[in-house]
Structures are given as structure tokens and as C-alpha cells.
Design a protein around this ligand. Structure first.
Ligand SMILES: Nc1nc2c(ncn2[C@@H]2O[C@H](COP(=O)(O)OP(=O)(O)OP(=O)(O)O)[C@@H](O)[C@H]2O)c(=O)[nH]1
Ligand SMILES: C[C@H](OP(=O)(O)O)C(=O)O
Length: 206
């Protein structure tokens, strides 16, 4: 299956500014992208990156600096009967098994909801479905699928639900991550702080 992986590499992960400077955020974002590409391939997918700036990874990269919804929308406009998946580049916990379950779920549109209302991954098998990202997009995608007469299924997956946006998401990467992104965090001096409340990620040094 063709798997589009959108990557915003110009100024990625701004919400992690309390932890990392701009160069570090880009490095970390690329390490997550590489993990996602490996997992997609191991799940049998054929990844293609669409990025707003050039990035060097082991997959074809198309550079397009339009907003996310337009770029992904164009990819879906080319629907020719073969399913197309969209998997975000910041799913640092994605495993081949979780992605295979997404790819194999049978519906016109299959979504993996993200924490906070986003849409972390999609499989599209219907020409009338379109995307509208940002702002609790899973609600919009349910509605768009219904209005287009598409069957719609959601995959309940912790590994696909965590997109790494906020400092609290770093806890999940340290606890459950298995790839480069976790290693990058450890090398950067990010560790778990166990207090009396919820475990937090802290950085030893900058
Ligand atoms: N091609 C493309 N991908 C984007 C763009 N903006 C975000 N993405 C990707 O879309 C996914 C979700 O991104 P967000 O978490 O909303 O944005 P972000 O820029 O990574 O992080 P923030 O700066 O914290 O909002 C990630 O895979 C991003 O790399 C864009 O303008 N173009
Ligand atoms: C792209 C966007 O991501 P979020 O802003 O939820 O990280 C969404 O999934 O709609």
C-alpha cells in the first residue's frame, strides 16, 4: 500500500521549545520520521514522504510547502482505486504490528485517532473522502466520511494514538519507545522524573 508520510521539517515541534532549541527539534523530528518509515516498511507499506523542505531519509521525498490539508488532499485526489494511507511522521511509538492492523482493517476509511482529537493515521479506499487537519480533526473526518457515504472504522491503538507534540508526550517515548527517537532523547539528557504525582520528563542539560 502507498503510504504518504507528511513531514513539516521547516520549524517542527514548536511545542517542544521548553526542552529543545530549533536545531534539536529538527533532529528529533527526523529521528521520529525515520522510525515511522521503518515501521511502515516492516508493516508491508511503501512510504513516500511529502515535506515542506528537503529532508534526507531512505524514502522518496516530494517537497511541497503548501499547508498540510492541501498537500494530503492532493495525494488523495490522485485516488485510482488503490488504497492510500496517511501516517504522521511524529508517531514515535508506531510498530509494524499496529500499522499492519490499521492497513488490514476493512472499511472505506480507517482512522487511528490521536490523543487530543487529531487524526494520526488514515487508510482511504474511497474517491469521495477528503481531509481537513487540525482542530479535533477526527470529528471532521468522521463527518466527512459520513457525508461522502463512506464506511468508517477506527483503530483503537495506544501506539498509534500518541503523536509527540507536548513535553508530556516525551514520557510515553521514554516508557514505550523502541527506536531512534527514544535513543535521541536519552542522548539529549531527557529522563523520567518520578515524583508524587504523574511521572514527568525532565532534561538534565541543554
Ligand atoms: N508536508 C507537511 N507536513 C506537515 C506540515 N505541518 C505539519 N506536518 C506534519 O504533520 C504531522 C502533524 O504535525 P503537527 O504536530 O500538527 O505539527 P508540528 O509542526 O510537527 O508540531 P508543532 O509545531 O508543535 O505544531 C507531522 O507528521 C508533521 O511533520 C506541513 O506544513 N507540511
Ligand atoms: C495534523 C493534526 O495534528 P495535531 O495538531 O493533532 O498534532 C491533526 O491530526 O489534525
Amino acid at each position: 500500500m502507498r503510504v504518504v508520510v507528511p513531514f513539516g521539517g521547516r520549524e517542527p515541534k514548536t511545542r517542544l521549545a521548553p526542552f529543545f532549541d530549533a536545531d534539536e527539534r529538527r533532529d528529533f523530528a527526523v529521528s521520529m520520521l525515520r522510525d515511522v518509515l521503518d515501521a511502515v516498511r516492516a508493516a508491508g507499506g511503501d512510504p513516500a514522504v511529502v515535506a515542506d523542505a528537503p529532508v534526507s531519509v531512505e524514502a522518496p521525498v516530494a517537497v511541497d510547502d503548501r499547508p498540510l490539508t492541501e498537500v494530503v488532499g492532493d495525494e488523495l485526489d490522485g485516488f485510482d482505486g488503490d488504497p492510500v494511507a496517511v501516517v504522521m511522521a511524529d508517531l514515535a511509538l508506531a510498530t509494524p504490528a499496529a500499522l499492519a492492523r490499521l492497513f488490514e482493517t476493512d472499511a472505506d476509511v480507517v482512522a487511528a485517532p490521536g490523543l487530543g482529537g487529531g487524526t494520526n493515521a488514515l487508510v482511504v479506499r474511497h474517491p469521495e473522502f477528503s481531509v481537513d487537519y487540525h482542530g479535533a480533526s477526527i470529528l471532521d473526518h468522521r463527518r466527512i466520511a459520513r457525508d461522502a457515504g463512506c464506511s468508517f472504522a477506527e483503530v483503537d491503538s495506544m501506539r498509534l494514538a500518541v503523536d509527540v507534540d507536548e513535553p508530556s508526550d516525551l514520557v510515553e517515548v521514554l516508557v514505550h519507545g523502541e527506536g531512534r527517537a527514544r535513543e535521541w532523547l536519552v542522548d539529549a539528557g531527557v529522563r523520567l522524573e518520578r515524583g508524587t504525582g504523574r511521572v514527568e520528563a525532565v532534561r538534565e542539560r541543554r
